[in-house]
Design a protein around this ligand. Structure first.
Ligand code: SF4
Length: 684
């Protein structure tokens, strides 16, 4: 190991405080950056330097927030909180010893330099996800560091890739219907989304729409709403949203519901879509999806007849090998039926396209053309190494053990003794426990960030409201420090924290307006201006495709758009792993989900001799998960449901839902196919 004095920057770090984590004043307003479409403005009470309460700021968006963030202090002060840098002392997954930041930086820099010299920069892989991060903590200082290092690039494919690629190919990410306009809709389809788990601020708006007489339908293998809340539940079999959407389109064609004038004027390739739809008569759709014909026809009639009519498309339909095609068929519906052009009508999916972010060239300007590695294939990349093999993994903003498909293989890969693993995280996650070096990360209550909402039309200014616990540091600080320890005395690694924030915020426009200095100073959220009211699709906002048309068979669907690829029925039950109201992806797994439960319908439980709360094994050829059954009609027959993001400690054998999820990838974007898992269940 090189002597510490060779790294003057390292010596300086030992005494230098992370200035991005210094609260200007304790408590006050900030914004929630967690992976949720709502981006709430928060009021944080601080007493004697500790958080005493977190609530909605003022009456902003209903004046309430979710219980997860209201209880964030549990994570902030949890026993599992990482407060100091740690180094592994024994076998992997065993014990750690406390070290200083200077030792940690030196250790990482030395290993990176050795690996780069022996195998090239591509043998180092940054592993991260930005779901709960903003513009300062994802894709900025980290990107500049790994690009300069020549590391492999990571394809982030566990969520929202098919939806984003399809929405871009079809509409150029045209902004969607605003939350505020949902109550105006007369017919609403909630397709593969559960606002009770994520985006709770849609719930009162759906209630308001219903009080005004709206027809509301939900398409989901789980029943997330009561009969009083919605009119129709269509319990679709996972992976069959594509035939369901195509069957509806065929019905609308046959019943003269297509808005020919709109289609001719605004779309391309309608013939390809219609030809695919015509192969799906309702009785075939019913047989494949498990949704009765009368429910399909009711939905078709009630949606076609209403104006405004709105589809709230979630991320459930994308998590199978047909996911991209399914999303394309769903997003085509408002165009085919001419549902745009009226406030509250059209679609609502991700509204992040309303923000324009022009990154600073100092942050993202450096060319980075190394090989790419798909994060969904990490297990096979680590166990069946490419050339050069991945010899170092730097994990931040992520917990791959809990979230990636094929969990057993991920664990096998992380067990490699020749793999150098660094994890920067807030708490001792399942991944951090397997690291060589663990670095303490700040929470969003301890650092600066800038959050682009992907649901509400607001921009979040996240600012520190308490001092960082122990020696926790933001990832921007960590990457700037590593860079300086490598002798890279250049922008952006030399920026002061305020210069960093300013450079990034300079490139942001919100539906045409800049971020207000007052919001930047005080923290909280800024609503978009849009030069007036919220957007109306095809009136105030238009498709942003290069030619301005809606592309109904976008190139991203590949050579066989709308081809249905059924899942292999080798086992009798389909397994989904949706978001739950207790976790945000895997965040809060240290405290909020202690016992792993699989939901199973009585029709499937009784013949297997499974009773409520009974210990069971859920299994397939990839592995088995030991958990407890919850026998409930909330999940449809033929489907079981286990929560997304559960930690290993919640399970009886240290494996969770992802251990049963297949390794194959979506046709669109190479995304993970969690909902293609097929399993069986037996009493333990
Ligand atoms: S997770 Fe969502 S609902 Fe909860 S506080 Fe954050 S933005 Fe609001």
């Amino acid at each position: 190991m090189r002597g510490r004095s060779d790294h003057p920057a390292v010596r300086a770090l030992a005494v230098e405080r992370d200035p991005t984590t210094a609260p200007a004043a304790p408590g006050g307003p900030t914004a929630c950056p967690l992976d949720c479409p709502d981006t709430c403005e928060l009021a944080v009470d601080v007493r004697k330097g500790r958080i005493s309460a977190i609530r909605a700021a003022g009456n902003g968006d209903g004046g309430f927030i979710c219980g997860k963030v209201a209880g964030f202090a549990r994570r902030q002060y949890h026993d599992d909180r990482i407060r100091h840098p740690l180094r592994r002392t024994g076998s992997r997954g065993g014990s750690f010893e406390r070290i200083g930041w200077d030792d940690a930086i030196e250790l990482i820099v030395d290993r990176f330099e050795t690996i780069r010299r022996e195998s090239g920069g591509e043998a180092i892989l940054p592993f991260h996800y930005g779901g709960s991060n903003g513009l300062l903590t994802d894709g900025s200082m980290d990107r500049a560091f790994f690009a300069r290092l020549g590391a492999s690039r990571l394809l982030k494919t566990v969520c929202a890739v098919p939806t984003t690629e399809v929405a871009t190919g079809m509409y150029g990410r045209m902004p969607g219907v605003a939350f505020e306009d949902v109550p105006r809709a007369k017919s609403i389809v909630i397709w593969g989304a559960n606002p009770r788990a994520s985006s709770i601020h849609l719930i009162p708006r759906l209630r308001a729409a219903r009080e005004r007489g709206a027809f509301i339908a939900a398409i989901d293998p789980r029943k997330n709403f009561s009969d009083r809340e919605i009119d129709l539940h269509l319990p679709v079999l996972p992976g069959t949203d594509l035939p369901l959407a195509l069957g509806l389109i065929r019905w609308w064609c046959e019943h003269d519901c297509i808005d020919r004038a709109f289609v001719d004027r605004h779309t391309r390739d309608v013939d390809i879509l219609i030809a695919a739809a015509m192969t799906w008569p309702m009785d075939r759709v019913a047989a494949v999806t498990g949704v009765p014909v009368n429910a399909l026809v009711t939905l078709a009639e009630r949606f076609a007849a209403a104006t405004p009519a709105l589809i709230r498309c979630g991320w459930g339909p994308e998590r199978n090998r047909n996911g991209g095609q399914a999303i394309a068929a769903i997003l085509a519906i408002p165009a085919l039926l001419g549902k745009f052009g009226v406030r509250g009508g059209g679609y609502l999916m991700s509204n992040g396209g309303g923000t324009r972010v022009r990154p600073s060239p100092a942050v993202t300007g450096r060319p980075w053309e190394t090989r790419t590695i798909n994060m969904s294939s990490l297990g096979s990349v680590l166990t069946d190494p490419p050339d050069p093999p991945v010899r170092a993994l730097f994990v931040y903003n992520a917990n791959p053990v809990a979230t990636l498909p094929d969990q057993r293989r991920v664990l096998e890969g992380l067990a490699r003794e020749d793999l150098f693993v660094v994890v920067h995280d807030q708490v001792m996650t399942d991944t951090a426990a397997l690291a060589d070096v663990v670095l303490p990360a700040t929470t969003f209550l301890e650092h600066d960030d800038l959050r682009v909402s992907y649901g509400r039309y607001v921009f979040g200014r996240v600012r520190p409201v308490v001092e960082a616990e122990g020696e926790a540091r933001s990832n921007a600080w960590v990457f700037a420090s590593l860079a300086r320890a490598l002798g890279w005395d250049e922008e952006p690694f030399t920026w002061s924290p305020s210069e960093f924030v300013q450079h990034v915020v300079n490139g942001v426009t919100l539906g045409g307006t800049r971020v207000h200095a007052e919001v930047m100073g005080r923290g909280g959220v800024q609503a978009y201006d849009f030069a007036g009211a919220t957007p109306v699709q095809f009136v105030t906002v238009q498709p942003r495709t290069p030619d301005g048309f809606v592309h109904l068979a976008p190139e991203v669907l590949g050579p066989n758009p709308y081809e249905f690829l059924p899942s292999s029925p080798d086992l009798p039950l389909a397994m989904i792993s949706p978001a739950s109201s207790r976790l945000v992806s895997s965040t809060f797994g240290e405290s909020n989900l202690r016992r792993l439960v699989v939901d199973i319908h009585p029709t499937d439980a009784v013949p297997r001799g499974i009773g409520d709360a009974q210990p069971v094994w859920v299994f397939n050829a990839q592995g088995e998960v030991h958990c407890h059954a919850r026998v409930t009609p909330r999940v449809r027959p033929g489907v079981v449901s286990m929560p997304k993001g559960a930690w290993r400690r919640s399970s009886g054998n240290g494996l969770t839902a992802t251990a049963l999820c297949p390794a194959h990838l979506n046709v669109v974007g190479g995304a993970a196919c969690y909902n293609d898992a097929r399993v069986d269940v037996r009493p333990a």
